[in-house]
Design a protein around this ligand. Structure first.
Ligand code: GLU
Length: 549
């Protein structure tokens, strides 16, 4: 076969050589040990929460080593592509503070190794495809879908491995006349790799997360270019990651089974194989206690939902880091205020089996992160979230920013900050009683107290209440009030002899709490009263008294 003739026949429009292309993608000059990584999402319109995992691993590996991290949009599958989805991807990663050194932007590209959208690289792929034809390593296949189906059915009937390989690869050694005739008839063709492999050959491969894995050599004549001249993922992966200088490919483990193909395609092209890190699928615990893949339809799978649910990006990032490296939590306890980027991320601390996703842990992590934020930061986040998702609360919350800031400052800043919010949607329920517009009077007083005693406590408290009291004076006054009406001022004393008292000092504060907040639990009462202010406190006590009459 005259390969030159065939290559010209298939790719008459390709005038560049691989060397011309290589010249446009020079080897990167980087410090010793620098890693070049990327994420390569397909714009299908759905960004899975799990896609944050390869993103953070890739970003950390690159930036920890002084390397490059870039974004490539893999938009070669027109059937799955959704209009505008690339913008969704770019915005999603930017929301989670995943910053790329290079890659696709909303409009155009940033970097010298582009285009970073595969749909704009057809000529590049075809140049390498032409070269493979020239070298006899690839050939056109004109099989129709029905013909391929027939092949599969025969193989299934004979209990053979299915696929286009060996003797089943009917176009593999087709004479040039047959190829030319098919071309002349205008028949569509795909370009296939002439696989030199044998599936009897078993290989050992070292994946940097999974360790040594056994793989079977590929013997399928894999499709490199589809009939529209656009590459398959497999071929584009080899060409792009070679030209763009990727040293470490971090991707989902669903690609592990394709690795034998990739090894072969890299080898056919004469490219050095990058290192691979296959990340296990994110799992969830199902109702029967077994682990299941967190699938697209599961709650928590869509990354876009996290913003709506009110998770701050920092909280999600912290959770992802917690799942990614087993020693991150311990580091965080020792370094509560250090940016996560200072943590020494290590591939060795990644679990080769799937991480378990669960909202309880996420919320736990989130509460910790939010407890360390300044009141101003929480204020900004809550306003931003409420503006979009809870307009009524937004208007109340932002109506008097200083008041809202004072509310958010309660229990914040000390060694043991309050951990009451996991998501911004928790905030309203926690603090609504501070706002007159949202306050719903309810009076769940301690049951053991009589209406008379409650009235007495509230009336007396209104008399002694002085907003300028400091916390000690305030509490001393409550104790004095307790003693005055026959309640124990001291809990120990009360426990020793409960029958000697009508109640205790705790009951006194509970009555005040219920009257002014409408709830049984609240942050520190003294702080709550200080923030509510004299006018509101007295008004609420007075309403509570009226409700008792
Ligand atoms: N486009 C592939 C995907 O979305 C990328 C896999 C890779 O990172 O190589 O799964």
């Amino acid at each position: 076969m005259d390969q030159n003739y065939l290559a010209q026949l298939l790719f008459p429009h390709i005038n560049l050589s691989p060397a011309d292309i290589e010249a446009k993608f020079p080897k990167r000059i980087l410090p010793e040990g620098a890693k070049v990584t990327r994420i390569a999402p397909s714009p299908t319109g759905f960004v899975h929460f799990g896609s944050l995992f390869p993103a953070f691993v890739s970003e950390r590996l690159a930036h920890q080593s002084g390397g490059i991290f870039y974004l490539r949009i893999e938009d070669t599958d027109a059937k799955r592509e959704v209009e505008g989805a690339d913008a969704g991807i770019i915005e999603a990663f930017s929301h989670y503070q995943v910053f790329f050194d290079e890659g696709a932007l909303l409009d155009g590209d940033n970097g010298n190794y582009g285009p970073y959208r595969q749909s704009l690289r057809a000529e590049i792929y075809q140049t390498f495809a032409k070269q493979l034809v020239l070298e006899g390593k690839a050939y056109p296949c004109f099989c129709t879908a029905e013909e391929l189906n027939d092949i599969r059915q025969k193989q299934e009937a004979d209990k053979l491995i299915t696929g286009y390989y060996g003797e089943w690869a009917v176009w593999r050694d087709a004479p040039i006349e047959k190829i030319e005739a098919a071309l002349n008839e205008g028949k569509p063709f795909v370009l296939r790799l002439r696989s030199p492999g044998n599936h009897e050959n078993k290989l050992k491969f070292t994946d940097l997360i999974k360790g040594v894995v056994d793989i079977t050599e590929n013997d399928i004549d894999e499709v490199l270019l589809k009939s529209d001249g656009i590459p398959t993922y497999h071929f584009a992966h080899a060409v792009d990651d070679h030209l763009m200088g990727t040293t470490h490919v971090v991707r989902g483990e669903e690609w592990l089974s394709s690795l034998p193909k990739h090894i072969q395609i890299f080898s056919a092209l004469g490219f050095k194989l990058p290192k691979y890190l296959h990340i296990s699928q994110l799992m969830k615990l199902s109702e029967d206690g077994s682990k299941k893949k967190l699938s697209k339809r599961d709650n928590g799978a869509a990354l876009a939902d996290y913003k709506k649910m009110g998770y701050a990006p920092e909280c999600v990032i912290e959770y992802v880091m917690t799942l990614l490296n087993s020693n991150f939590e311990e580091w965080r306890m020792q370094n509560p205020d250090t940016p996560y980027t200072e943590f020494q991320f290590s591939i060795k601390k990644m679990s080769p089996s799937g991480c378990l996703f669960d909202f309880v842990k996420l919320n736990d992590v989130s509460k910790n992160v939010i407890s360390r934020m300044s009141a101003q930061k929480v204020y900004d986040y809550v306003s931003e979230w409420a503006q979009e998702y809870d307009k009524e609360f937004y208007s109340v919350f932002t109506n008097s920013p200083d008041y809202s800031l004072a509310i958010l400052s309660i229990g914040r800043g000390g060694a043991k900050p309050r951990k009451d919010f996991a998501v911004w949607s928790d905030v309203k329920d926690n603090i609504d009683f501070f706002y007159d517009k949202l306050f719903l009077p309810a009076y769940p007083y301690p049951e053991k107290l009589s209406a008379e005693d409650i009235k007495l406590i509230l009336t007396k408290y209104a008399d002694i209440y002085d907003p300028s009291d400091d916390q000690t004076v305030w509490f001393d006054k409550i104790r004095a009030l307790a003693t005055d009406i026959g309640f124990a001022a001291d809990m120990k004393e009360y426990k020793k002899n409960p029958d000697a008292f009508k109640g205790n000092v705790g009951d006194v504060s509970s009555v005040i709490r219920v009257a002014v907040t409408g709830r049984v639990n609240s942050p520190d009462m003294y702080a709550v009263l200080s923030v509510l202010g004299q006018k509101r406190v007295l008004e609420r006590i007075s309403s509570a008294l009226s409700a008792l009459n």
